[in-house]
Write a protein that binds this ligand. Structure first.
Ligand SMILES: CC1(C)S[C@@H]2[C@H](NC(=O)CCCC[C@H](NC(=O)C[NH3+])C(=O)[O-])C(=O)N2[C@H]1C(=O)[O-]
Length: 347
């Protein structure tokens, strides 16, 4: 059944609320069978007052996880990786349990502890301690292995950045290239994503971008400009830079089956329930909306930026929404309303 038209007035209301709740700016871009609907609110830069534009680049956080999953699923198509093989077959001795498979890692069912729980327990000081740091993947895995696993391999869903750091190690081992090269050769160049970059460990965002502002834990404390950071604490789990247009193109192409075989896309879309309205596949979230439409994509939370990037199953409509703040649960929840406006239309 055809979707109702995107509710651009509803999108504007969502962005207005997000700004009222503390985001300096917010944007939404709906790509509906090639027709773009653009809505913005507030500023890209608090110092200059420059208005936020849907052309501005930004850090996408865990939307990066879908890019990493795409590369690994392409390697499965190329018979260079087996999803149900132990990670240790490809990276001997990396993990303390040979039962942890590649599929467990991509579906957040490995039980590997998420080291960011400790790293960012105190939001601003935790961020300041790592914002210029450069970690190796193995240093991050070692941080995780200091803590007990959260579950037996495959026994439960437990979101963990560690899983997609392991994904980065797998990409580099199996392709013999950096993740930067793998993203560029396999996704960015084929889809002509002109605003999408992996610049780790560089701290600058290329070209024109929105500045990102971290909300402190202490109510009323001033926002912290978090724009410049290595994002080395995340890398293949969260360090991609992109734009609303490029993420709309990426998820539409993925969901239209342009990035991997139909069999592999079906594997990516085998979902484990997370709660009553969301489920997780392989580097891909499914969100079930109030109007009965399910959308597929990923969310992102990196210091200074919240992102929602989702599309319909057939890829005919995609939405990217972004607010340039983080550590603000009200804004994160409000921004989810953009999905309802984009895919369910006027209420
Ligand atoms: C599950 C999420 C929301 S969190 C996960 C990942 N981001 C992180 O793990 C970073 C967490 C610290 C970010 C920081 N928060 C704190 O410091 C809190 N003390 C802030 O808000 O700037 C990402 O991105 N994912 C989102 C996802 O996948 O949707």
């Amino acid at each position: 059944a055809a979707l109702p038209a995107p509710d651009t007035a509803g999108l504007a209301a969502v962005l207005k609320s997000a700004v009222a709740q503390g985001a300096p700016g917010a944007l939404a871009r709906v790509d509906d069978r090639g027709r773009a609907h653009l809505v913005t609110r507030g500023v890209a830069d608090r110092a200059t007052g420059r208005a936020l534009s849907t052309d501005d680049r930004f850090r996408v956080g865990s939307v990066t996880k879908t890019f990493s999953a795409v590369v690994l699923l392409q390697l499965v198509d190329e018979h260079r990786l087996v999803l149900d093989a132990p990670v240790n077959r490809y990276l001997p001795g990396l993990l303390p349990d040979d039962r942890i498979t590649v599929r467990h890692v991509l579906g957040h069912r490995s039980g590997l502890y998420d080291y960011t729980n400790d790293m960012f327990a105190s939001s601003v000081s935790g961020f300041e301690a790592v914002r210029t740091k450069v970690f190796t993947y193995r240093q991050l895995v070692a941080l995780s292995l200091k803590k007990p696993r959260t579950n037996a391999p495959g026994a439960a869903y437990a979101y963990s950045n560690t899983n997609f750091v392991v994904a980065g190690l797998l990409i580099e081992k199996l392709t013999g290239q950096s993740v930067r090269t793998a993203y560029r050769n396999r996704i960015i160049e084929p889809l002509k994503l002109a605003d999408t970059f992996y610049v780790h460990p560089d701290t600058a965002i290329p070209g024109r971008y929105a500045r990102g502002y971290l909300t402190p834990d202490t109510a009323g404390a001033p926002l912290v400009d978090a724009t410049a950071q290595t994002v080395s604490w995340a890398q293949s789990a969260g360090a991609i830079i992109s734009s609303a247009r490029d993420l709309d193109v990426f998820y539409s192409a993925l969901l239209k089956g342009r990035l991997m075989s139909a069999a592999r896309l079906a594997e990516m879309e085998r979902f484990t329930p997370v709660n009553s309205t969301t489920a997780y596949g392989l580097g891909l979230r499914r969100r079930d909306l109030s109007c009965g439409v399910s959308v597929y994509g990923h969310t992102g939370a990196v210091q200074g930026y919240y992102t929602y990037a989702f599309g319909t199953k057939d890829g005919s409509r995609s939405l990217t929404a972004m607010a340039n703040t983080s550590n603000n649960g009200k804004v994160l929840d409000t921004l989810a309303g953009a999905l309802e406006s984009a895919f369910c239309g006027k209420r």
